[in-house]
Each structure stands twice: as structure tokens, then as C-alpha cells.
Design a protein around this ligand. Structure first.
Ligand code: TRP
Ligand code: SF4
Length: 400
């Protein structure tokens, strides 16, 4: 009923690294060719945990947008914006908060997990409890039906679905829904209207799902029908209320196996990251000095790639031939570790080369980035405003 739309956000926590690239950004770059996409800086979400040290959020936000652009996110295809520059998110968050049971929020698994993980911080705040609800507002305000996220975020998407359902259930019926639906049926034209009524009756009386499917197909065929009427007709079929907010689905991004320099998950806080726009010298040095199989002390000792983080990098970057060369050469002490690292260094530098190139223009002229974001915020705001109009009307706060 509503057009396909992808939305995702990222908290501005600092420079992005290769883990972000392989885990998230590569996927965004693919998606932007397939769907209308909105990607945003979740600066309010950063504030939920950094409220006592907000000083770096803004700078991180600009740097992060440059990282996105460097990775190939294309502002002529995707809409890039900053959450707090679209204050409608806050309004929707507030309105949704009125109907959100506390228990639902307390039960979201990330709530307790994160509180325990960041125990040095007082996270028994109103804002932090509301984190998933703010995220729901982010998603629902664009009627985004596809949200690419990692596994850890799936409970938040599920939460957003429940909130959308509850909202539609509570407010989804227009006062004169049935009248308006009947008027919309007439707009189908005599023949289609008759078929629509027949199919609707068959579904509602006999639970005939085939009839429902045929009716959906019928509506899909109709052109020149105002969006609101189309929606009413879909809703009327099932006897349900008008769908105001769209239930989103998670687009699960496969956990990319991008290890850090020590073989653990790549993360800034583990100090094992290679940053997206790190200089070639620094990258070379990091890889040259990264750990290898600890049992391989001397050049003449055979090694075991399964115990070596360098092998993890080969799995990401090397072709079959190179991988065989590593397996064979390592286990027979035929190659040295520095030799083994060369193809990895080359591959990482090659991957980063176009990123440095793309980023340079934005570093040289920061107004380019400001303009991209200003433009994106404006586009996002237009969409958000439309949804908010429907939301206010549904609740009964439109004061016209
Ligand atoms: N919570 C997400 C994360 O930490 C960031 C985020 C905020 C988000 N709002 C969103 C992701 C909306 C997807 C959709 O990764
Ligand atoms: Fe690791 Fe390669 Fe050295 Fe083997 S040869 S221990 S895989 S770096």
C-alpha cells in the first residue's frame, strides 16, 4: 500500500572502521540502488548514553557522514540526514509514549544488557528506557517497511511492530471510516466495485483467503486512486481499521566476519580496529605488527592458520589461490608471517584507496557535507510532516 522504503540509523560514536564497512555500509551501498533509502545520524540516541559528555557528538556526526560518503553512500540516491534536525521524530516519540506500556520497554532485552555493560554509568533514566521507543518513532515516521540492522537490533524492530499495531488499533479508525470506505469503493468503477464487494463478503463471511488475495490484486491494478482511498479499501477488506503506521520488518544484515587485529570482533573499544580512512602507513604498520599464531615463534616453526588472526583477514580479503598458499605455506613453514601478511596489506589498502579519494573533496570543502545534510533533512522532514499530519488527525489533535 505504501511504497517500499528503507531506513537505517547509526549513532555517532566516533570514526568508523572496517567492521562497520563490512557489516553495515557495504549493505547500505547495495540497498541504495534497489530502494529509496533514508540513512540518518542518530544523535539523540547517542545522547541517551552520553548525556553527561555530549561534547563530541556533533563532531562525530560530521566525521561519520564523511565516512559514509567515503564508503560509497551516494547522496544523489539516498537521503542522508540528522535525527535532531527533524524534530518531528520527537513529537511522534512523545505521542507514542502516551500509549506505550512501561512493561514493554522494561522487557526489551537490550535495556538490562546495556545497563549491565555500561555499569559505570547511571542509565536508570527516562530517556534510556525510551531508547527503543525513540527508535520506533524514527522508523514509523517514514513508514519504512525495511530496516537493515544487525542481529542485536532485532528486538527493537519487533518492538516497533508492536507499537505500530497498538497505535493502529487504538486510533486507526476514522470517525466516518465506513462512509469514506464506501465512497472509495464507488471510485473503483461499477464493475470493479461489484467484484470488490463480492470478494470482501467472501473473505469476511467465509474466511476465504483466496478471495482476499484476489481483492488485493484487484486494488493493486487500479490506478489513479488517491492514496488515502487505497488504504481505506485495503483496511475495509479485512474489516480492520485504517492503517496509519506501517509495521516495519528487519532486513537482517548477515553478521560480517570482520575480525579485529587480535582476532576478536573489531571494535574501537578493544583497540583492535583499522579505521576506514586510516593512512596507508598506519594501516601497514598495524597489520605488520598484528599477532600471529602464538606457537609460531621462529620462522622455521610450522603454524596453524586456525589459531591466527591474519588468517581471518585472508578469509575476508583473499581469493582461493592465496588462501591455499597460506594454508600450505604456514603449515609447512614454507612462508614467513610477514610474507603472509603482504596480500592482506595490499587488499586493505586497495579497498581504502577509493574511500580516501571520495573523502578528500569533503575534507577540503566541509560545506559540501553541510549541504548534503541540509538537503537530506529537508527531504526527510517533508515525509515526516506528512505522517505527523495523519497521526495528529488520528488521535484527534489537528485543530482545524
Ligand atoms: N539503535 C541503532 C543502533 O544502535 C541505531 C538506530 C537508531 C536505528 N534509530 C534507528 C537503526 C532506526 C535503525 C532504525 O545501531
Ligand atoms: Fe598466521 Fe600467516 Fe604466520 Fe601462518 S604464516 S601464523 S597464517 S601470519
Amino acid at each position: 500500500m505504501y511504497a517500499e522504503r528503507v531506513l537505517s540509523g547509526m549513532r555517532p560514536t566516533g570514526r568508523l572502521h572496517l567492521g562497520h564497512y563490512h557489516g553495515v555500509l557495504k549493505n547500505w551501498v547495495t540497498l541504495q540502488n534497489e530502494y529509496p533509502c533514508l540513512f540518518f545520524v542518530a544523535d539523540w540516541h547517542a545522547l541517551t548514553t552520553a548525556y553527561d559528555e555530549p561534547g563530541t557528538i556533533e563532531e562525530n556526526a560530521w566525521e561519520m557522514v564523511i565516512d559514509w560518503l567515503a564508503a560509497g553512500v551516494d547522496p544523489s540516491q539516498a537521503t542522508l540526514f540528522i535525527q535532531s534536525r527533524v524534530p518531528e521524530h520527537a513529537e511522534l516519540h512523545l505521542l507514542l509514549s502516551m500509549m506505550t506500556p512501561l512493561g514493554w520497554l522494561e522487557r526489551v532485552p537490550t535495556y538490562k544488557d546495556q545497563q549491565e555493560k555500561l555499569e559505570h554509568k547511571d542509565l536508570s533514566t527516562y530517556g534510556f528506557l525510551g531508547y527503543p521507543l525513540l527508535q520506533s518513532a524514527d522508523i514509523l515516521i517514514y513508514r519504512a517497511n525495511r530496516v537493515p540492522v544487525g542481529e542485536d537490533q532485532v528486538p527493537h524492530i519487533e518492538f516497533s511492530r508492536e507499537i505500530a499495531r497498538r497505535f493502529n488499533h487504538l486510533y486507526g479508525r476514522e470517525a466516518d471510516f465506513e462512509d469514506k470506505a464506501r465512497v472509495a469503493v464507488k471510485k473503483l468503477g461499477a464493475k470493479r466495485a461489484k467484484l470488490y464487494e463480492e470478494l470482501r463478503t467472501r473473505f469476511q463471511q467465509d474466511g476465504d483467503h483466496q478471495a482476499l488475495e484476489r481483492a488485493h490484486a484487484l486494488l493493486d491494478e487500479v490506478q489513479n486512486l488517491p492514496l488515502a482511498d487505497r488504504e481505506r479499501l485495503f483496511g475495509f477488506l479485512e474489516g480492520t481499521s485504517k492503517m496509519i503506521l506501517v509495521e516495519p520488518g528487519a532486513l537482517l544484515t548477515e553478521a560480517a566476519k570482520m575480525p579485529g587485529l587480535d582476532g576478536q570482533k573489531m571494535s574501537k573499544s578493544y583497540n583492535n580496529a583499522i579505521f576506514l580512512r586510516e593512512s596507508a602507513d598506519s594501516v601497514t604498520k598495524k597489520i605488520r605488527t598484528m599477532q600471529t599464531d602464538p606457537a609460531r615463534v621462529r620462522r622455521t616453526d610450522p603454524g596453524d592458520p586456525d589459531k591466527c588472526p591474519v588468517w581471518q583477514f585472508h578469509l575476508v580479503y583473499s581469493d582461493e589461490g592465496t588462501k591455499q598458499w597460506v594454508q600450505q605455506g604456514c603449515r609447512s613453514a614454507g612462508i614467513g608471517c610477514i610474507e603472509c601478511k603482504h596480500p592482506v596489506i595490499d587488499a586493505v589498502l586497495k579497498e581504502q584507496e577509493p574511500m580516501h579519494e571520495r573523502a578528500q573533496a569533503y575534507i577540503d570543502d566541509p560545506t559540501l557535507v553541510r549541504n548534503i545534510i541540509a538537503d537530506g533533512c529537508e527531504r526527510a522532514r517533508k515525509l515526516a510532516t506528512e505522517t505527523m499530519r495523519d497521526v495528529r488527525e488520528a488521535i484527534g489533535l489537528n485543530y482545524t
